[in-house]
Design a protein around this ligand. Structure first.
Ligand code: SAH
Ligand code: SF4
Length: 349
């Protein structure tokens, strides 16, 4: 006999209007939809049986036709700095990573958008085996809810960064559907201004996102100040070029008014020399942007290393003396391999 769970529909996947139709068929009124989603998001219910203000028959019907969770938690890790990481196993047996970071009153989650990534950045664990598929809307939302379950009752998710595995602009439709859930009042009610989409820099995707004018923050993973070097470490650049990328990012800023962040992962001996800092200053000087410099988190099997402190300080001094708005981020969760794609790789070896 086929197990009931195999036929159930993932409730986080479905459209609210379709769900209202289902309620009508079951002789229930539309407001139940908000009640049910309120239980899942606001009250953090894990089972339909907990939804005590629903009629018993409705709870039973929901239980037999829908499921709240499509993933299972394969592994949970907590670092000394409080960073928590989940490795989630999906229905098709693939695994993805999602992270919760605690900083002061902030509760930031870092979520994945794809299984693997097609962009092939030389230093990144996610891109090593290419892309398997896009994550669905429901799988992206489920990461948010699974991470929310790690919070204490009086804590709330405050920020979302789409900086986990995958290239979000290569799965823009599902990412936007999931973020719409994150911002909506019947979803998580998180302001779009507290949500950041990080991209390798696909100009068409950036322009599309700008035109939707949704107030999300955009982070562009630049990592190199000239095309020769960027072509080497970020192969997607070969067909794009830094100029086209920066023009698209400028357009994003001009349409949305949201200041763009540039990400720059420092790789020892590769992109960390004084001339790189000077070139980078030249690119960003006239732009109203923020530069985030991140020390590399070494990946097993890849030859890249974190620069030493003297090199990092020298790099920083040049940018600061050029008046660049720069911040050097601490590495959070490095002991639990919290960088993109690292835990998943460990699970494969
Ligand atoms: N694909 C998107 C989002 C996921 S990667 C992007 O590239 O922006 C999120 C960020 O982590 C990117 O800036 C990426 O370059 C960086 N990153 C990847 N591997 C890393 C590592 N081992 N150490 C530090 N940062 C890393
Ligand atoms: Fe993909 Fe981002 Fe990793 Fe590059 S850094 S391979 S774009 S996930």
């Amino acid at each position: 006999m086929l197990e009931a769970s195999n036929c159930r529909v993932h409730i986080l996947e479905i459209d609210a209007e379709l769900f209202k139709n289902w309620l009508t068929i079951h002789k229930e009124r539309a407001f139940r939809s908000n009640q049910i989603f309120g239980w899942i998001t606001g009250k953090r219910a894990e089972f339909f049986a907990e939804m005590t203000n629903l009629p018993k028959q409705l709870r039973l019907d929901l239980q037999s036709e829908y499921e709240i969770w499509s993933t299972t938690v394969e592994r949970y890790q907590k670092a000394e700095d409080g960073t928590e990481k989940l490795l989630l196993r999906l229905k098709d047996d693939n695994v993805i990573e999602s992270v919760l970071l605690r900083e002061g009153s902030r509760r930031t989650i870092c979520i994945s958008s794809q299984i693997g990534c097609a962009m092939g950045c030389a230093f990144c664990a996610t891109g090593i085996d290419g892309v398997e598929r896009n994550l669905t809307k429901g799988e992206i939302i489920e990461q948010m809810l699974r991470l929310q379950l790690l919070l204490k009752k009086d804590e709330r998710l405050s920020h979302i960064v789409v900086m986990g595995m995958g290239e979000p602009l290569a799965n823009l439709e599902n990412v936007l559907l999931a973020l719409n859930f994150a911002t909506s009042e019947t979803g998580l009610g998180i302001s779009a201004r507290r949500i950041t989409i990080s991209t390798v820099g696909l100009p068409n995707g950036i322009i599309k996102l700008a035109e939707l004018n949704l107030s999300y923050n955009l982070a562009v993973s630049l990592h190199a100040p000239n095309d020769e070097l960027r072509n080497r470490i970020v192969p997607a650049n070969r067909k794009i070029g830094i100029e086209k990328l920066l023009n698209a990012a400028d357009y994003y800023f001009s349409v949305t008014g949201r200041r763009v962040t540039y990400e720059y992962v420092l790789l020892s001996g590769i992109n960390d020399r004084p001339e790189h800092a000077k070139q980078l200053s030249g690119l960003l000087k006239k732009r109203n942007s923020l530069l985030n410099v991140i020390p590399y988190n070494p990946v097993n099997g890849l030859p890249y290393q974190t620069p030493d402190n003297v090199t990092i300080r020298r790099f920083r001094q040049i940018l600061e003396s050029e008046g660049i708005n720069v911040q050097f981020r601490k590495r959070k969760g490095d002991k639990i391999d919290a960088s993109c794609g690292q835990l998943r790789r460990l699970s494969q070896v």
